[in-house]
Design a protein around this ligand. Structure first.
Ligand code: PLP
Length: 281
């Protein structure tokens, strides 16, 4: 299995990270996770444009790198590993320097690394829906940056796992923000509600596709924060991400959502998403 590290494709057994890498010491870096469908890189431009935005927001200099170049790396890595359906994870840290909080010398080079993996789309879950729990959103106030610092997300997801749930839906003082690794939507009376794409959530690439689909389907897409009570009382609940696509949530904590079955709007959005995959491929 190949990985990409320090601008080279090497066997994973040869990948080495310096113990003074700022990603390792501080979580000082950013990442993206990109889907491969049928051997093709899906929405690569959107992901790498977001990576460049994250870099800019944390003052990480990506001079010399481009969306096109990184897309090429992604394609090559997937092809070298014969990934037909799966994903590529890519991260970049602020580089190697003696541990000290302020930014290192401007000549410090960012460190890129990437791996790929093969897996099928989550057909069963997409068809039957999943369970979620709710947890406090204890993260920082720049959740719009796809940062390597995922401790808040990790603790939330672990709680879900311990409770036999697929995802943890987070809230700040009763206001639903997003999932530990997904965006969250509540459908009520034929309208889709989701938290505005501000500093409190990651503006998901899948969220953007869902927004476009909703517009094409003439379903109102309302970017307004809603409460836990509204979530519990929703007709349908959906979570979305690059890896789980348009995922129905049929139960939140002990509460059944709607009639406990996958809803009609969810199904319409899933169909649009399938068409979008087809059209990109
Ligand atoms: N929100 C969080 C916290 C995430 O980690 C993710 C993806 O991993 C998302 C939302 C969904 O983003 P995307 O659709 O771009 O994968």
């Amino acid at each position: 299995t190949y990985i990409f590290i320090n601008d080279e494709f090497v066997d994973e057994s040869e990948g080495k990270i310096n113990y003074s890498d700022r990603g390792y010491n501080f979580g000082d870096g950013i990442y993206e996770y990109i889907r491969i469908y049928d051997g093709k890189v899906f929405t690569s431009k959107e992901h790498y444009e977001r990576l460049f935005r994250s870099a800019k927001e944390i003052g990480l200099n990506l001079e010399g790198y481009s969306v096109e170049g990184l897309t090429e790396v992604t394609k090559t890595l997937a092809a070298k590993n014969n990934v037909v359906n799966g994903g590529v994870y890519i991260q970049v840290t602020r580089g190697v320097a003696p541990r000290n909080h302020p930014f290192p010398d401007a000549s410090t080079k960012p460190v890129f690394s990437a791996f790929s993996k093969s897996y099928d789309r989550p057909y069963e879950e997409l068809k039957n829906g999943v369970k979620a729990i709710t947890v406090d959103d204890i993260r920082w106030l720049r959740c719009d940056i796809k940062s390597l610092n995922l401790l808040g997300n990790v603790l939330a997801k672990e709680k879900a796992a311990q409770n036999g749930a697929f995802e943890a839906i987070m809230h700040r003082d009763q206001t639903v923000t997003e999932g530990s690794s997904s965006n969250v939507y509540a459908v009520k009376d034929g309208k889709i509600y989701t938290h505005p794409a501000n500093n409190l959530i990651l503006n998901g690439i899948t969220r953007r596709i869902i927004k476009k689909s909703a517009e094409a389907l003439n379903i109102p897409f309302i970017e307004e924060a809603f409460t836990l009570d509204f979530l519990n009382d929703a007709d349908e609940v959906i979570i979305s991400s690059t890896s789980i696509e348009v995922m129905p949530v049929i139960q939140v904590n002990d509460n059944k959502i709607g009639d406990g079955k996958v809803g009609q709007i969810t199904k319409q959005l899933q169909k649009s998403f399938d068409n979008y995959i087809e059209s990109e491929a």
